[in-house]
Design a protein around this ligand. Structure first.
Ligand SMILES: CC(=O)SCCNC(=O)CCNC(=O)[C@H](O)C(C)(C)COP(=O)(O)OP(=O)(O)OC[C@H]1O[C@@H](n2cnc3c(N)ncnc32)[C@H](O)[C@@H]1OP(=O)(O)O
Ligand SMILES: O=CC(=O)O
Ligand SMILES: [Mg+2]
Length: 731
């Protein structure tokens, strides 16, 4: 590939160089030479520090491994263990209280609680859909999922099923009763929605005219006051739009001609450059950056086929209404976009140094994604992402405060070189590594002027839990992990520390992903736990999930929950949750575990692992829906792969399973996975030639070399094998 040499002998891959020079820089008032000089300076300054951080990770892990292997530390003593973690600098001293000072944070982050959607940025079709998921049809979300039952003739069918439709309408009316209660009666009995004397008015079946209990909830409308087409209300800071159309197929079946209830849904979206994508070389990275550019310039477009229709998907425009006083109001049609950069581990060939070594990918991500975001800040797009002029970068997989400080300093350097005010770049700190959870307060302190979120619930966090204590003993079964003391302490501590650091009104405290994308009924029943825990956002895997999850933020006033929690934390008496957090989740019932239970755990892990890896390595798909052993479709990404591979490694190491058992399971599961993918034309089967299947080899390596992988991460092996596939089949 053609390369261009820049300052200090760095060489930039042609595809990235051209993207920046010909597509990114025009309109930014930054000269190419200035930018590439900045790249060279930042890489020169930060690469050695990045490498040092990785060396520290390795050294700490090596010391932990030795400690667990040392017979002098048997039987295990928690107090001695914690002392040891302090001695080696894994556990740091917590310093005085402080309050974060992050400024210019958009309301969607600081003040309004709601769903956060995550999307693989490499897929423009999905990325656009996610940006547009700010507003979602409640009717579609209910009709198309398992939230409402399909009994008594209410099943989904190709054509509109009016029985199911009525069930959707009834559900939505109950939701309106809960969120927009009337002075008397129920939305269920509405026969006319209209506006009288600037008031939202409902004429009921009885002929009675009623208003909203809280008239302030009515904020806008479209159409005539006696026959509005849209009525806009707000509850807990979130908008609800009632759409009326007597000619619509659904509207005409409704006594008040309501055609839909549209909910403000994904307030924020994380466009992901990390674990949900497979970007292994300069070409892939450039494609991902180009999609971000399209989002920031507002011109991303994707032609898609829907049945026999071809449509061009673009970003949705803002939504306009008249206020009750007939003033024009406008609301964003798109969710606020964050971008998740990669962490500190990987390197990329998009830029190599003078020796030909790849440079840290996280540094390149920081530089290029910030540069691209200037289009939003400079007003070069017909849309506005951040009204506050901020750039939101999510930093994953950071281990402890030193690593957060590194990202903070990197962002400061990028700001200086791009002529941005200090702290323009906001940082989302993902609490997904054990050393970050254990030192969270100090991690936040390290980025206290720019932190925009902390969040938990992470799958990576479980992977790190297993890897860190790999030699301590066999781990609990995957499903049982959820009931372990460490995870409960992790969830609660994160909210407590965030609130005590003054996050309320300034930044998000978030919760993790709903990883069973097709079980929306279960999500509606259980994900209310997230706002109830004091979190003002939580991750969802799809726009539909966002529209359903937002109902929880109508049911729960997160600010009130946070106020109650703060009052509780202020009560006298120190809170000691660190020991729970550091309690290793070992298997307690190994002797009682039946051979069948062990086999099921192994097969389940192998099926998920193979199902994910084969699509990643052969097709470059970074996030997949993969059936588990019980045929439940699970969202799998690199973090879930980290868990399953590390779990198998751990059981192998401690003799719960044998090597031959793993091989047998791999061979038995491969044809099952092939069968599950048989409808996919682009799929390359493994089982026809297991010995030579690159994906199958990758799966084996992730298990048999998993113990030696840095922090148990899966990307080095995945990248290596994907590059091999690209070289063999796609070059
Ligand atoms: C541990 C972590 O790091 S979690 C964060 C990483 N995980 C994620 O980002 C998960 C994001 N979600 C996804 O990638 C997908 O939803 C998957 C892989 C789970 C399922 O994908 P699929 O099997 O293709 O979904 P499915 O067929 O049910 O739906 C596809 C439709 O939903 C849309 N869709 C699905 N997920 C998303 C999403 N996250 N954002 C926007 N649109 C989405 C697609 O655009 C498509 O609609 P379209 O035809 O109108 O374009
Ligand atoms: O990044 C998300 C996770 O679950 O890990
Ligand atoms: Mg993660």
């Amino acid at each position: 590939m053609q390369k261009t040499t820049i300052k200090h002998g760095y060489q930039v891959a042609g595809c990235l160089f051209n993207l920046v020079n010909h597509e990114v820089l025009p309109g930014l008032n930054i000269k190419a030479e200035h930018f590439w000089d900045a790249v060279a300076e930042v890489l020169t300054e930060f690469t050695p520090r990045n490498q040092q951080l990785l060396a520290t990770r390795a050294s700490l892990q090596a010391q932990i491994d030795v400690w667990h292997s040392d017979s002098a530390n048997q039987p295990f003593n928690q107090e001695r263990y914690e002392l040891f973690l302090k001695e080696i600098g894994y556990l740091l001293e917590e310093k005085a209280d402080f309050t974060i000072s992050t400024k210019n944070v958009d309301d969607e982050v600081a003040r309004i609680a709601g769903p956060q959607l995550v999307v693989p940025l490499m897929n423009a079709r999905f990325a656009l859909n996610a940006a547009n998921a700010r507003w979602g049809s409640l009717y579609d979300a209910l009709y198309g999922t398992d939230v409402i039952g399909d009994d008594n003739g209410a099943q989904q069918s190709k054509d509109f099923n009016p029985v199911r439709g009525r069930r959707v309408q009834a559900y939505a009316r109950r939701f309106l009763d809960e969120t927009l209660p009337l002075t008397s009666g129920s939305h269920i009995d509405a026969v006319l929605y209209h506006i009288i004397n600037k008031n939202f008015t409902v004429t009921l079946f009885s002929g009675e005219q009623v208003q909203l209990q809280d008239s302030e909830q009515f904020v806008g409308y479209n159409g005539a006051t006696d026959a509005p087409t849209e009525l806009l209300c707000r509850h807990n800071g979130l908008h609800i739009e009632i759409q009326i159309d007597k000619d619509n197929i659904v509207g005409k079946t409704d006594a008040a001609f309501v055609k839909d209830v549209v909910l403000e849904s994904a307030l924020t979206t994380i466009q992901d450059c990390e674990d949900s994508i497979a970007a292994v070389d300069a070409m892939d990275k450039t494609a991902v950056y180009r999609n971000w550019l399209g989002l920031m310039k507002g011109d991303l477009a994707e032609i898609i086929q829907k049945g026999n229709k071809t449509i061009t998907r673009t970003l949705n425009p803002d939504r306009s209404y008249l206020s009750p006083n007939r003033e024009k109001i406008s609301l964003s049609g798109r969710s606020l976009q964050f971008i998740r950069n990669v962490g500190h581990l990987m390197t990329t060939d998009a830029i190599v140094n003078k020796n030909g070594d790849k440079v840290p990918e996280g540094i390149v991500d920081g530089l290029i994604t910030s540069l691209i975001s200037l289009h939003d800040l400079n007003g070069n797009s017909k849309f506005k992402n951040s009204q506050q002029g901020s750039i939101y970068i999510v930093k994953p997989k950071m281990h402890g405060p030193e690593e957060v400080k590194f990202s903070h300093d990197l962002f400061s350097a990028i700001e200086r070189h791009l002529g941005l005010a200090e702290n323009t770049i906001k940082m989302g700190i993902m609490d997904e590594e054990r050393r970050t959870s254990a030192n969270l307060k100090e991690c936040i302190r390290a980025a206290q002027t720019r932190v925009a979120f902390i969040n938990t619930g992470f799958l990576d966090r479980t992977g790190d839990e297993i890897h860190t204590s790999m030699l301590a003993g066999a781990m609990a079964q995957k499903e049982w992990m959820k009931d372990e003391p460490w995870i409960k302490a992790y969830e609660l501590r994160n909210v407590r520390i965030g609130l005590q650091a003054g996050f309320q009104g300034k930044a998000q405290i978030g919760k993790g992903m709903w990883a069973i994308p097709e079980q929306m009924s279960a999500m509606v029943n259980s994900k209310i736990a997230h706002p109830l825990s004091g979190a003002n956002c939580a991750w969802v895997p799809s726009p539909t999930a966002a529209t359903l999850h937002v109902m929880h933020y109508h049911k729960v006033n997160v600010q009130a929950v946070q106020n109650a929690m703060q009052a509780e934390f202020a009560l006298p008496g120190a809170i000691d949750d660190l020991t729970d957090l550091l309690t290793i989740p070992l298997l307690k019932n190994q002797a009682e575990l039946s051979a069948a239970a062990i086999q099921k755990e192994l097969d389940n892990n192998i099926q998920g692992l193979l199902g994910y890896v084969v699509r990643w390595v052969n097709q470059g798909i970074g996030c997949s829906k993969v059936p588990d052993i019980d045929n439940v479709a699970r969202m799998e990404d690199r973090a879930t792969l980290r868990i399953s591979s590390q779990h198998i490694c751990n059981w192998l190491h401690h003799g719960v399973i044998s090597e031959s058992q793993v091989h047998e399971s791999l061979q038995r599961m491969a044809p099952i996975v092939d069968q599950q993918n048989s409808a996919d034309d682009g799929y390359i089967a493994m089982s026809s030639d297991l010995e030579n299947s690159i994906a199958f080899k990758a799966a084996g390596e992730l298990i048999f070399q998993g113990k030696e992988q840095a922090s148990g991460y899966t990307e080095p092996l995945l990248h290596k094998r994907r590059l091999e596939v690209k070289a063999e089949y796609l070059s």
